[in-house]
Design a protein around this ligand. Structure first.
Ligand SMILES: [Zn+2]
Ligand SMILES: [Zn+2]
Length: 72
């Protein structure tokens, strides 16, 4: 989801203007902190997802590229 011009600062680095929302937690992300992932479906359709670094690595939110938390 794109953000309006008056959106706040990126909630990851807190330095740059947020330009997009994380698909996992809806936090504002700047151009440098957002992470794109492509989710492919069986029919050949591919969806672009945008995540913050934490959600990108969370397998419950991003089952395509997330990592299992081996400490649990
Ligand atoms: Zn940032
Ligand atoms: Zn997130």
């Amino acid at each position: 989801m794109m953000l309006p011009e008056n959106a706040g600062l990126c909630s990851v680095c807190g330095k740059k203007k947020a330009v997009i929302l994380c698909d996992g937690c809806n936090t504002g992300l700047c151009e440098e902190c957002r992470k794109f992932d492509l989710w492919g479906y069986g029919c050949g359709h591919v969806d672009t997802r945008v995540f913050c670094p934490a959600c990108f690595d969370d397998i419950n939110i991003n089952p395509y590229s997330g990592k299992l938390n081996e400490s649990t």
